[in-house]
Design a protein around this ligand. Structure first.
Ligand code: FBP
Length: 543
């Protein structure tokens, strides 16, 4: 089958590397300050006695070593797709071959389960090269299995030994990088010298710290969603009759919603972290939206665009308490045989005061979803709740009660999967290639338990800085399935930083005076100041 003209063109797109990688063989790492964990240092140290307290590393040029042995390295993609994953693998492949053409890169298939089961494909030039600058994770597939039980860790060790790996690169989000460092510690404890390195991936943008400026995939996802939001805005001011409620993927944190708001200036954007801080209730949010619809209607603007982050519901305190209570209730056997209506009746009889009021305020469709859509552990599937539809219904009800005379025609959208696997933006394509090289450099230097880090991302790629960040320095203890576990702390939107402050400064004017922006599709060609720009929030954080 013939390929699209864009695919052919993108394959030929020239990737640039940080200057330091002009001579990869001479790259070594200099120790900076020692690190600890984000918190819970004593407990975390006892769980990671070998890897706790590693120093932050900066790449520098050392003496040229001409002859490197061949390296055997495994690579795995873990979790949801994020544009640029293929370029990490290709960067790693090119780097290993640069060090020694006999080096070998082994892809673990369909995520971490490929490591546990020893399911592999050896990657060669012919196999990887068509994937250069393409989106998706189809090169080797991905999955969400976690390597955490003793049995899974033991099987992984056996696979690593069977394939005689010098290194393993785990490309994943917070949970996957947590698993990477758990595995790294386990290997050391069991006398295995294989080095484990993580790469920060996730469209959610919540895997970051002072040094890890951005997880890859975030830029492409936000540019994709922003194009679509801009198109909706254009439709809204043309048709002048619809109010678009857009739920945006991104799990708990609202980074995607904030970045898209800064790119497109919609009429209203929820930032979950602010909702939590202000302890807003569903009623209160509904009232705010209904006020907006009324105020716009008075200006003859019976249309609008509203952005809702995927995780909003978990940040509304009363909803959080309700969900926890429902999880408890539904764990009991008396609900097992009841249909939806009977379950609703029983819940209403059981809930007390405030929780009952919250439950009764919800539209019946959402009540049913809360009771019936459960994950394998029996918990409410928070990310499946149609928050956009919830607010469409509560606002319509509120407007009816107010005897609203204007018109309110809401339309629901969910922008999610379409942002994860598109062609990586120039920024993500180049960033990922550099991350692949960084992972190879860390393994070449015999370093384990580190996250590959490329920063100074607002500068030209040649001036990007290359670092190794101890994964443990991002960790704390959190409750998971009723037990305290060491995990990477999710980076939520900081309400005291530039990106949110800028949004706060302008959002009122975006409510009534339409200041819609139409970013259009991702720019692959033209002025690098436009095409290669990293996300807006990075600029505002650093300015
Ligand atoms: P990662 O955390 O693995 O990067 O996944 C991100 C994400 O796209 C979230 O934004 C979204 O909530 C979730 O994956 C959807 O998961 P699934 O692909 O299992 O439906």
């Amino acid at each position: 089958m013939s390929e699209s003209p864009l695919l052919s063109a993108r394959r030929k797109y020239q990737l640039h590397l940080p200057e330091i990688f002009e001579n990869l063989a001479s790259v070594c790492f200099e120790k900076n300050k020692e690190t600890t964990s984000v918190s819970d240092a004593v407990e975390i140290k006892s769980l990671f006695p070998h890897l706790f307290g590693l120093s932050l590393l900066s790449a520098k040029t050392c003496k040229d070593k001409k002859d490197f042995p061949s390296f055997r390295v495994g690579v795995v993609l873990s979790g949801g797709q994020a544009a640029g994953g293929h370029n990490v693998i290709i960067g790693l492949f090119d780097a290993l071959k640069t060090l020694n053409p006999d080096s070998c890169l082994i892809g673990f298939l369909n995520g971490p389960s490929g490591i546990i089961d020893g399911n592999v494909h050896e990657l060669d030039e012919e196999f990887v090269s068509p994937y250069r600058n393409t989106g998706g994770f189809d090169l080797i597939g991905s999955g969400r299995t976690k390597i955490e039980t003793e049995e899974q860790l033991k099987s992984s060790l056996e696979t690593i030994q069977k394939f005689k790996l010098d290194g393993l690169v785990v490309i994943g989000g917070d949970d996957s990088n947590t698993n990477a460092v758990v595995l790294a510690e386990y290997l050391i404890k069991n006398g295995c010298t294989t080095k484990v390195v993580g790469v920060p991936k996730t469209i959610d943008g919540d895997l970051r710290n002072e040094y890890v400026e951005m997880s890859f995939g975030f830029d492409t996802a936000c540019k994709t969603y922003s194009e679509m939001i801009g198109n909706l805005e254009r439709d809204a001011i043309s048709a002048k009759k619809y109010t678009h409620f857009v739920k945006l993927m991104g799990r708990s944190a609202s980074h995607i919603a904030l970045e898209c708001a800064l790119q497109t200036h919609p009429n209203y954007t929820f930032i979950s972290e602010e909702v939590l801080e202000k302890k807003l209730t569903i009623k209160c949010i509904t009232k705010e939206l209904a006020d907006l619809v009324e105020a716009r209607s008075e200006k003859k603007k019976n249309y609008g665009v509203i952005l809702i982050p995927e995780g909003l519901i978990e940040f509304i305190p009363e909803m959080k308490s309700l969900i926890e209570k429902l999880n408890d209730l539904l764990a009991g056997s008396e609900f097992a045989s009841l249909d939806a209506s009977a379950s609703i009746d029983k819940v209403k009889k059981t809930l007390k005061e405030e929780l009952l009021k919250t439950f009764e305020f919800l539209p019946e469709g959402i009540q049913k979803q809360l009771l019936l859509d459960r994950d394998p552990h029996g918990n409410v599937q928070v990310s499946h709740i149609n928050t956009e539809k919830l607010f469409m219904e509560t606002v319509a009800k509120e407007l009816k009660q107010r005897d609203f005379k204007g018109s309110f025609s809401p339309v629901a959208h969910f922008f999610g999967y379409e942002g994860r696997a598109g062609f990586p933006s120039n920024f993500d394509a180049t960033y990922c290639y550099a991350l692949g090289y960084t992972a190879a450099a860390l393994i070449k230097e015999g370093l384990s338990g580190y996250m590959a880090c490329v920063n100074n991302l607002l500068a030209d790629a040649k001036d990007w800085r290359v670092m190794g960040v101890p994964i443990i320095s991002l960790m704390n203890l959190e409750m998971r399935k009723g037990k305290k576990k060491p995990v990477i702390q999710k980076a939520l939107v900081d309400l005291d930083k530039g990106p949110f402050e800028t949004f706060q400064k302008y959002r009122e004017s975006w409510m009534l005076d339409d200041d819609y922006q139409f970013p259009g599709p991702i720019q692959f060609f033209g002025d690098p100041q436009i095409t290669d720009r990293p996300p807006e929030i990075l600029k505002l954080e650093r300015s």
